[in-house]
Design a protein around this ligand. Structure first.
Ligand SMILES: Cc1ncc(COP(=O)(O)O)c(C=O)c1O
Length: 407
């Protein structure tokens, strides 16, 4: 897209490129922009993984985060916002992957021939997802000539409007949100040509994430979230066949970009994608049960520097202080700050000198409603079964629990 715009005399190095992207187009653009000397400004929806955003920033792109819960036509929708920023920035060029014919052209010219060659010219079906629809439209254009018998199969997240459009021919005005990144749409991109796509599968977030995890477990392939959606659809397609078929599916990006999400059990639990045995009491709200060695803890004799490093490493704001199996205190960020603010040499002091040891315990049978007064007093809930420490419940744990019940 950049090279074609250069050839057409629309841009030259030094100009500003602007794009709305779920991340990976942005990473591609950032590579080229950095090499060719363009300034790059990307508008990215806030559901995208941190890893992608860090990756973009590391390559010198300027990232504007925007809402991921609004649809096309809303001023904060990532594509609308990118277009507006491009219009308002002097000398800026809007890449517009959703409306730029050079996007599918790249796939018709390169992706399609590369795949067909690797398949020795024999390919019964190809399963893809649609974000910008560049991959699908370009492949469709290429295969129409080079391998017209190849079936085109769409893998779509539940909530997107595309699967229904393919299977029933109806265009829903309503889309819901989904967590898989890079695919699914709430409108038909102007570059899209679905005419040769006859079959679509709608795949839930849960099935997508679990399938991506299964791919790693069974085959050692670390793929991203859309990979899970595509593979789940490809498996459904294959299982519906009565004769052996040669079927291609994409691993669209690496799972390294999703280590904090689909490959993180806590994130999966938080979102209800994997389940633990439910007890019908406060144990259901404990994200990191102590009995499973999941709670991040500290000993009373360890130095505060260790407590500080541990809080940072695990991204927690408090640590239960454990003396063998007994909880003897809690150390949170403000306890630590109070202790060291006047004299940073006090980081060497033992945890016991800064922790709070007057603890308020909550029995696991306590009703959920009674957590609020604990939080109101500025505490976290220390959940006990008699003398046995079970784990902590923080405000975010309660929020996650309530959110899970809405789903
Ligand atoms: C992870 C991932 N999967 C799939 C796609 C869909 O590709 P396309 O935009 O060509 O439809 C993208 C697009 O950036 C993506 O980032």
């Amino acid at each position: 897209m950049i090279e074609r715009a250069e050839q057409a005399g629309r841009i030259k190095p030094g100009d500003t490129l602007v794009e709305g992207t779920a991340g990976n187009t942005g990473i591609g653009l950032a590579l080229v922009a950095q090499q060719k000397g363009y300034r790059l400004l990307l508008v990215v929806p806030d559901k995208m993984s941190r890893e992608k955003i860090f990756n973009l920033k590391a390559m010198g792109a300027e990232v504007v985060l925007t809402r991921s819960d609004v649809a096309k036509g809303h001023p904060e929708y990532y594509q609308d916002l990118a277009k507006k920023i491009a219009e308002d920035t002097p000398g800026a060029y809007f890449i517009n992957q959703f409306g730029n014919p050079d996007n599918p052209a790249a796939h018709a010219e390169f992706t399609g021939p590369e795949i067909l060659e690797q398949m020795d010219g024999r390919m019964d079906a190809i399963v893809f997802g649609c974000g910008s629809s560049g991959t699908m439209t370009g492949l469709s254009q290429f295969l129409a000539k080079a391998s017209p018998a190849t079936e085109l199969v769409l893998a779509d997240p539940v909530g997107s409007i595309l699967a229904q459009y393919i299977n029933d021919g109806t265009l829903s005005q309503k889309s819901a949100s989904w967590m898989v990144e890079g695919i699914g749409e709430d409108f038909l991109p102007s570059i899209s040509d679905f005419s040769r796509v006859k079959k679509a599968y709608a795949i839930s977030d849960k099935e997508s994430f679990l399938t991506a995890r299964l791919l790693l477990e069974k085959e050692g392939v670390l793929g991203g979230s859309s990979t899970g959606t595509l593979l789940a659809a490809a498996l459904k397609y294959c299982r519906a066949q009565t004769t052996p078929k040669r079927v291609v599916v994409f691993v669209c990006d690496t799972g390294n970009k999703y280590l904090s999400k689909q490959f993180n059990d806590y994130w999966m639990l938080d979102n209800g994608f994997i389940e633990r045995a439910q007890h019908g009491d406060l144990r259901d709200l404990i994200l990191r049960p102590y009995a499973q060695r999941d709670t991040v803890v500290i000993g009373p004799h360890e130095p505060l520097t260790v407590a500080y490093q541990r809080m940072k490493l695990y991204d927690v704001s408090q640590l239960p202080v454990m003396d063998d199996e007994r909880i003897v205190g809690i150390l949170d960020e403000s306890d630590l700050l109070m202790h060291v603010h006047a004299d940073s040499a006090r980081f060497a002091d033992p945890v016991s000198t800064a922790m709070v040891s007057k603890l308020e315990f909550v029995d696991m049978r306590t009703p959920v409603a009674q957590l609020m007064p604990v939080f109101d007093r500025g505490h976290i809930a220390i959940v006990m079964d008699g003398p046995k420490f079970l784990g902590l419940i923080t405000r975010i744990d309660l929020l996650n629990y309530l959110r899970r019940r809405v789903n």
